[in-house]
Design a protein around this ligand. Structure first.
Ligand code: P53
Length: 477
């Protein structure tokens, strides 16, 4: 058998994308609560509003109301045979403002009940502490992680939940896709990752590096706290893995590729090896970026290294030597080129199953740690037929090819892979566009971009397919 007997098959979501109930039972507004809906078809992007404004469309406010449906939804996941379910804790359910003196008991109770429901079915929770869910108050008052005080707010939040869910949760990740911001340090990525609100004239890239360092220190502190509270806690990093290929065998493209990968993956080097890599210090110096990393910070980083690599994988990208940055200051948002060997999704995301095998090798060669693929999936426009069925064969094809690539990485390359939680078992709000119509689920949710629909759940064709994959431990694809 290719996959381990105890392989963690399942699915992944994030609180803000499905829970809804944005202001219920004491929850405070998070950064995702001030983000409007975008639309792929009209190329309209999500906007960040100055607080919650009447009349604006905020898709995360209701999302799919998992807050009131989690029992039936988890029962459906159990029906597929899930061994694991990855979700996040909404920081603002626990500390509504982020800097509150006391946690919100109703928020803590909600996750107690949710984790109990999972355990009832033998489903292992895998929990992200921060998945684009920083308290909006911390963004407004402190400008998020540009301010060091947020390190301790995060550490205190982490301590509260590590203590509360001791024995119920054994797998954790600190910051979701902590490196996504480096691909494109724009307003959207800066607020999502670190609660940073850009003002006119700000040097976005320099601010991103400072807030990233503070997030990395916060992550390292949380790792230490989590290990102290329960030595059985497995705490991982969570990296957005988008392998960057060289467009040609021109050595200049290879240097560009190296520079591009440094920029995107230095976070993993810090979280696994415990220090800021030399290439990053050299880059900051060359760019005259003022990034403060104190001696105490460096001690924290080296004491708080992670136990496993969690990563998302959707696509690869391809880079070519550009003329914008003569000193190899690669800028991913502008310098990626089309890969002629790959097709793309309706959202322009290149489809590249072999890139997953490549990624597993990249991480294992570099770090030699256990790994989990904690996100992988296919966002598509699904069509619901009049009899209620959804034929999402394209989704099955996507997942099948990626699971095959994982299998080859295990059997032919010998990587240590512990689990696979596909994104997302049930349709939810898209993080990048705020759409409901960018669907990933095995379970269809009756709600569209306009917010119409009764939120009822139904099974797509892929539901039974995945059930069979799990039952056969990845043999029947
Ligand atoms: P959506 C960019 C590139 C790769 C993964 O994305 C990304 C992003 C940022 O959106 O995000 C992850 O919903 C993220 C999830 C997100 C999922 O990928 O934009 O961890 O929150 O929903 C899919 O299609």
């Amino acid at each position: 058998m290719a996959f381990r007997k105890d392989f963690l098959w399942g699915g992944a979501v994030a609180a803000h994308q499905l829970e809804g109930a944005w202001n219920i039972d004491g929850k405070g507004p998070s950064i995702s609560d001030v983000m409007t809906a975008g639309d792929n078809k009209t190329h309209s992007l999500r906007r960040i509003t100055d607080g919650v404004i009447n009349g604006e469309d905020y898709p995360n406010h209701e999302a799919i109301d998992f807050y009131h449906h989690y029992k039936e939804d988890i029962a459906l996941m159990a029906e597929m045979g899930f061994k694991a379910f990855r979700t996040s804790i909404a920081w603002t359910r626990i500390y509504p403002n982020g800097d509150d003196a006391e946690p919100n008991e109703k928020g803590l109770q909600f996750y107690d009940d949710m984790f109990d429901t999972m355990h009832k079915y033998g489903i292992e929770p895998i929990v992200t502490l921060a998945h684009f869910e920083m308290p909006y108050h911390l963004a407004k008052k402190y400008n998020g992680f540009t301010d060091r005080r947020c390190i301790d707010f995060f550490a205190r939040y982490a301590e509260t939940v590590f203590k509360r869910y001791k024995g119920k949760v054994h797998y954790w990740m600190t910051f979701n896709e902590i490196n996504n911001q480096a691909a494109n340090p724009d307003a959207h990525n800066l607020i999502q990752e670190g609660g940073v609100l850009l003002k006119h004239g700000d040097n976005a890239e320099e601010m991103m590096y400072q807030s990233s360092i503070n997030e990395l220190v916060a992550s390292a502190k949380a790792v230490q706290i989590g290990h102290k509270i329960d030595k059985d806690n497995h705490i991982g990093c969570m990296i957005a893995m988008v392998p960057l290929y060289a467009a040609t065998c021109n050595p200049e493209d290879f240097i560009e590729m190296t520079s591009a990968n440094h920029k995107r993956y230095w976070y993993a080097d810090v979280q696994v090896k415990g220090y800021v890599p030399e290439y990053m210090e050299a880059y900051w110096k060359r760019m005259h970026f003022n990034v403060t990393v104190s001696e105490e910070d460096r001690k924290q980083l080296s004491a708080g290294t992670v136990d496993y690599i969690g990563f998302s994988y959707y696509m690869s990208n391809t880079v070519a030597k550009g003329d914008r940055n003569p000193d190899f200051n690669f800028y991913e948002g502008k310098q990626t080129v089309k890969n002629p060997y790959l097709k793309v999704s309706d959202w322009g995301w290149p489809i590249d199953p072999l890139g997953l095998r490549y990624s597993l090798n990249y991480f294992y060669d570099r770090y030699h740690l256990p790994m989990m693929v904690v996100e992988n999936g296919f966002g598509a426009y699904d069509k619901k037929e009049s009899d209620g069925s959804v034929d999402d064969s394209y989704r099955i094809d996507y997942l099948r090819e990626h699971i095959k690539a994982m299998r080859d990485a295990v059997t032919e390359d010998g990587v240590d892979l512990r689990g696979y939680t596909m994104w997302s078992p049930i349709d939810i709000v898209s993080a990048s566009t705020g759409e409901m119509d960018k669907r990933y689920g095995f379970i269809y949710v009756n709600k569209n971009n306009a917010g119409e629909g009764d939120l009822s759940r139904s099974k797509k064709k892929s539901f039974d397919w995945y059930k069979n994959v799990i039952a056969s431990n990845g043999e029947n694809l």
